[in-house]
Design a protein around this ligand. Structure first.
Ligand code: HSE
Length: 323
């Protein structure tokens, strides 16, 4: 009796070690608090996961975090995501050794905790022979966000896991949609070297919103989706407006108004806070414009002596990548 095994099955069932890179993300995208996010090609986080013969998950090393991230597995976003995943697939005794290489600043608003959780749970699923689809991994990656900032929002883990521009239409039940983006759409991201804690940035938000603001925001949410799908760059630009969250959080970011004005002056379609900040993002048509915009935004922070990192990227369509 001869059993035919295809190469991918041989690989997936025998694999003992894997290296996975998951991309950074821009959450909210101005008007879509907790419901919009997109992935960029870089920066990102890398996880190396090795199967162990004994139960338990051990964090072997974390680099790039200046010693700040918890090594206790339950407190680590990648660790908890893997634990919840293994419980769900009925293999809680499978052991792993986990190494995490942070290639992006912590507390930057670029979905750092999300990228680690996504890389971790994606790696585990590959080593377990892929019992779940990529989309089915989302709730476990969201558990990583819960330990990182107390709220299991999906607007960073969603796009980091699936790539592209993602809409979270509903959290209960979870309903997540990936939509195409125009090929010439580029993101400029500027990270000022200050830190904003997501938990704090959520706690300052107003709990009640006026009907007037709600209507304005809904118009922009609908306009942004239509602009991406048509595609219509001017409509994208007109819709990158947030009348609810940005006004409250802008005070946490020195030079916010100057940097935003500089982005628009340099030709950006729109500019707002990336996730809970302090990074700002802008969207532009074309790579050259996006590069000019990033430089102008960075200069706005440099005026007051705040150092920056800048990233220019197309919208990442792939999500996690095996290296
Ligand atoms: N939607 C979340 C927030 C993203 O703005 O708080 C945090 O990265």
């Amino acid at each position: 009796f001869l059993q035919i095994l295809y190469p991918s099955e041989v690989i997936s069932h025998n694999m003992e070690k894997i290296r996975v890179y998951a991309p950074a993300t821009v959450a909210n995208v101005a008007c879509g608090f907790d419901i919009f996010g997109f992935a960029v090609n870089h920066p990102g986080d890398e996880v190396v996961l090795v199967k162990k013969s004994s139960p338990g998950i051990v964090i072997k090393e974390i680099t790039g975090d200046e010693g700040r991230l918890p090594k206790a597995v339950e407190k680590n976003t990648a660790g908890i995501a893997i634990i919840k995943y293994l419980e769900h697939i009925g293999k809680p005794d499978q052991g792993f050794e986990l190494s995490l290489h942070k290639d992006m600043p912590l507390g930057s608003g670029l979905g750092s905790s999300a990228a680690s959780a996504v890389a971790g749970v994606f790696a585990a699923n590959e080593l377990m022979g892929k019992p779940l689809s990529q989309k089915e991994l989302l709730p476990f990656a969201m558990e990583g966000e819960r330990v990182a900032c107390g709220s299991a929002h999906a607007d960073n883990v969603g796009p980091s896991l699936l790539g592209g521009f993602v809409i979270i239409r509903s959290y209960d039940p979870l309903d997540i949609i990936q939509i195409p983006t125009p090929s010439d759409l580029y993101a400029s991201i500027v990270h000022p070297q200050i830190e904003v804690n997501t938990k704090d940035a959520r706690s300052i938000l107003e709990r009640e919103i006026t009907l007037h603001k709600t209507i304005t925001q809904m118009g922009n949410v609908a306009g942004l989706v239509a602009g991406l799908l048509l595609p219509d760059y001017d409509l994208i630009g007109r819709s990158l407006v947030d009348v609810i969250i940005e006004p409250a959080r802008a005070i946490l970011i020195p030079q916010f108004n100057v940097v935003k004005a500089a982005a628009l002056e340099a030709g950006a379609l729109g500019c707002s806070i990336s996730g809970s900040g302090p990074s700002l993002f802008a969207l532009s048509k074309g790579k050259e414009t996006a590069e000019r915009v990033a430089a102008a935004m960075a200069a706005g922070f440099h005026q007051v002596g705040i150092g920056t990192e800048e990233y220019v990227s197309e919208i990442n369509q792939q999500g996690p990548m095996i290296r």
